[in-house]
Design a protein around this ligand. Sequence first.
Ligand code: B30
Ligand code: ZN
Length: 285
Amino acid sequence: DGHSWCYDSHCDHSPDKWHLLPDAKCADERQSPIDIVSEKAQFDEKLKSFKFKGFDNKHAIKYITNTGHAVKCVLKDGLVEVSGGGLEHDYSTLQFHFHWGTANSNGSEHTMDSKRYPMEMHIVNKRKDLTLDKALKTHDGLAVLGFFIEASQSSKSSSGGSHTNPTSGSTSNEAGWKNLTKYLPNIENIVGSTVDVTEEISIDDLLGSVNLHSFFRYDGSLTTPSCNEAVVWTVFKDPIKVEKDLMEKFPKHAGYQNVFRPGGGTCASKMKWFVVAAVCVLVPD
Ligand code: B30
Ligand code: ZN
């Protein structure tokens, strides 16, 4: 689909002009991303833990593609699902993709108390009872899970599969990221190109041991045109840690320099948050 939008100022529709695109909602009321103001988030006990199905499936990725504005991993139909987490419907996972920047200080779309991380991963889920077309026109048609990504202190152990880090006790996601980034040179120069995935990569392999019980929730939008206000957003509080050399394998040539929407909405007062087994302080607006 020939996109006439971009993230820099070298096309007709840079982010400040996205709302001029046909049918775009990019200047509407519940736009994403937002700055998460943690002090303003209200604890919501209705937000329970998530149920993830197929996140451990090592053969769920159909292909990886260069969309012209992101690296996207498209999943096989029906293998991966998300429910719980206070979502009111069951969702099937369609794809995940990444946003990143040229410097370590930018790349994420959401920010946490004004902090912008170097990358953000979005796992895109569609209501099982709706077609994609219908979901894009429904206020909770999509549920996107957002994860901040941060550079880990490289341990430089070159062991293969997931292993337990003796110092932190956490599971390494290094093998997953190695396998994923291996494919990037095959697609980085041609928009629309795809590469089939033969390596074993599960979503769990990429998430590693990140805390899935502490997240922020708000109603927002797609962060790309047409910016449909169809997304129940979950942004996990703790970043995924990825080795700096692996993060640097995401393309940074023209067109891929800062593939994140720089701003969006400011609906932080409607923010809900959830954390399992913690003392929750309610901060009034
Ligand atoms: S995001 O997670 O908010 N960045 C879509 C899903 C999630 C996000 C952004 C967009 C999406 O599904 N967009 C509609 C489908 N696209 C196909 C595509 O993803 O490749 C059509 C389109 O936009 O015209 Cu380009
Ligand atoms: Zn995204």
